[in-house]
Ligand binder design. Structure first.
Ligand SMILES: [Zn+2]
Length: 234
């Protein structure tokens, strides 16, 4: 991200300070800038097919710059394969048109305790290095009149994971979406992930994992928080 964009995207003090850092420092420290994914105004001017065509050309250029011979059978299809994967799969969640539509149901059973969906597997990509980070998300909420189909919780997690991300922002985006659709502050999100940019390069630590969390509303109360954590066996 350009320095100017960082400034425009948030007024948060921490981020204004980030503006003074050089890119390499931002990348290795994995600081996030804003809760919203920084998007360009012209993000959706090109169609999916036009984006795939353009990325294919640029990725071919990257491979050739690295010295690879794209006449080789094995490498020949890679630029198009990568371009399709970016647009249609791993960065599919950049387009709001792909956001899962959420249908809520009446809480017929009058269930007013927490509902925990744990171990939601996700794959995302670090926006600083464009290599995967992946793990499990655990979410819970206390119903406020309506309940949500369980699979929608998985879909919400995966929609926000399918973007270039930082784990802190992923956690906040999932929490904000749950608060919005469920119309309650009583949500919690815990994300635990392994980052390939930490294990396969740089510091090369392949045993550490990163945990981020958001506790909203009633989940800030120690007893409720403890009940939730107990379900996770943390
Ligand atoms: Zn990274």
């Amino acid at each position: 991200m350009k320095r100017k964009e960082i400034m425009l995207n948030t007024l948060h003090n921490k981020v204004v300070r980030m503006n003074e850092l050089v890119t390499e420092e931002i990348g290795n420290d994995h600081l996030s800038s804003a809760v919203e994914t920084p998007m360009r105004k012209d993000a959706f001017v090109l169609s999916e097919d036009e984006k795939i065509k353009k990325i294919e050309i640029h990725f071919k250029e990257i491979m050739e710059t690295l010295g690879l011979d794209l006449n080789d059978d094995s490498l020949n299809g890679t630029p198009l394969r990568v371009a399709k994967m970016y647009v249609k799969e791993i960065f599919n969640g950049l387009d709001p048109a792909n956001k899962p539509s959420v249908k809520l149901f009446d809480n017929k059973y009058q269930y007013n305790q927490m509902l925990v969906e744990r171990d939601i597997a996700f794959y995302s990509n670090c926006e600083h290095h464009f290599v995967p980070f992946f793990g499990k998300a655990h979410v819970a909420y206390i119903p406020n009149g309506k309940v949500i189909g369980l699979s929608k919780l998985n879909r919400i997690v995966n929609y926000y994971a399918e973007r270039p991300q930082v784990q802190e922002r992923l956690t906040m985006q999932i929490a904000n979406e749950l608060k919005n659709v469920l119309n309650t502050e009583d949500v919690v999100v815990v994300v635990e992930a392994r980052h390939l940019c930490v294990s396969s390069r740089g510091i090369k630590d392949d045993s550490s994992s990163t945990i981020t969390s958001f506790y909203g509303g009633k989940f800030k109360v120690e007893q409720t928080k403890a009940e939730f954590l107990n379900y996770l066996n943390f």
